[in-house]
Write a protein that binds this ligand. Sequence first.
Ligand SMILES: [Ca+2]
Ligand SMILES: [Ca+2]
Length: 143
Amino acid sequence: MMFPTCWSAVVLALMCSFENVNATDRYKVIQKQRTWYQARDDCESRNAHLAVIRSHQDNSDVKDLLSQDIGNVWIGVNDLYNEGTYKYVTGRDATYTNWRDGEPSDGSGRENCVEMSYEYDFKWNDCPCTLTRNYVCEYYRES
Ligand SMILES: [Ca+2]
Ligand SMILES: [Ca+2]
């Protein structure tokens, strides 16, 4: 009796994964409230890194995985090493950004990590790295 149910679940899973193979293979939303540092380390322990968003397409691929329930998420962008110079977690300069109006603000001089804010159409905001957020890991390493 279990066989038809399991079989249709397998077919459904295959259809879903073929439908959107790039975004769902590449990005995974981790629903654990963590600081930016903990999120970075956790992605690395999964043999991934915090999401590096290089284009509008990447941004909308990640956006499609998010929802109000998930809330704001950490991504792999920061200006920890040189205030005002945003880098991807992979070390390269951030050549694509999607700041919301008025950001990055570096509030109180201590906002160095970047979140996507669900209440602003998942545009980006810099905020303190020690806040806790869900986060997005990316299973792809830049060569
Ligand atoms: Ca800053
Ligand atoms: Ca800010």
